[in-house]
Design a protein around this ligand. Sequence first.
Ligand code: BTN
Length: 324
Amino acid sequence: MVRDEVLRALEAQRGQCISGAALAQTLGVSRAAVWKAIEKLRADGLAIDALAGEGYALRADDDTLTEEAVHAARHAHTLGSALTVLPETDSTNSLMKRAYADAPHGFTLIACRQTAGRGRLGRTFCSPDGGLYLSVLLRPKLPLAQLNLVTLAAAVAVCRALERLTPLAPAIKWVNDVLVDERKLCGILTEAAIEGETGAIDFVVVGIGVNLRLDRNALPPDVQSIACALADLTREVPRRAVLAAAILDELDALYALLEHGQSDLLLAEYRTRLCVLGRTVRVCAPQGVYDARVQDLDANGHLLVCTPDGAQHTLSSGEISIRL
Ligand code: BTN
């Protein structure tokens, strides 16, 4: 489609003017076709300036989330090389499992909002406009016991991307909440399909939700008190496409560590960002709720905690909350 080709060309020189004649020549279409494509793109909400005698420019700060915008910002070898951006879906994780379970490793779904966003432990994940909602399909060749490491990689990838694009210093609350100033900026939901006969991992869907600009009133009161958004913390809020691309790039690199048997490097980096080491936390485990002090992280990313009676526990899943 000429529209998509024009958009790719504008993305490649975002913020700079390209003449209609040059676009027409490069794409092998008429200037009228270029003009029509520009009108379509504008109707889709893209901020494209037309400068008399000079041509067209996609504004540097245009935050429209498109496949072209993500591709233009992305460097990853594999993750996100095939991707689909949707204005709305129920849940990118649910849609991935429902409709894209046969997609290749690295296929990515991104939505501008979710109507039935899902969180860990069966919770809902409020997903209004102004957030980034992204799911990546992975086909890890890892033993099931190491599945947890994929989740850890996603949390580190989000931290690295935020550190690269903003002045913030995010931290990780085990397992995979990304916090700034102890408030949740990002949640991650990892889901897996296991082959019944062999017990091998068929695919994993890593779902990542980041709050960029949130209308606080769109959030339920209990979420308002624990969540934060990038726009509340810094003026340097990246475009959603740029953040998505950075997360994909970082996850690509971290996932390569896992595939090359270098999970120790991932764990070391995860540990440096873990904000619960040495602190007392409240553990919500299937056996009950209790307070414990966090001692360490083991080689599978499980949390080692110690209760006041001196008993040690290894947490492989469940939930902890930080006791201030
Ligand atoms: C949590 O904090 O409990 C996890 C939240 C995970 C949210 C993301 S948004 C993209 C993907 N789609 C979903 O429905 N959930 C994940």
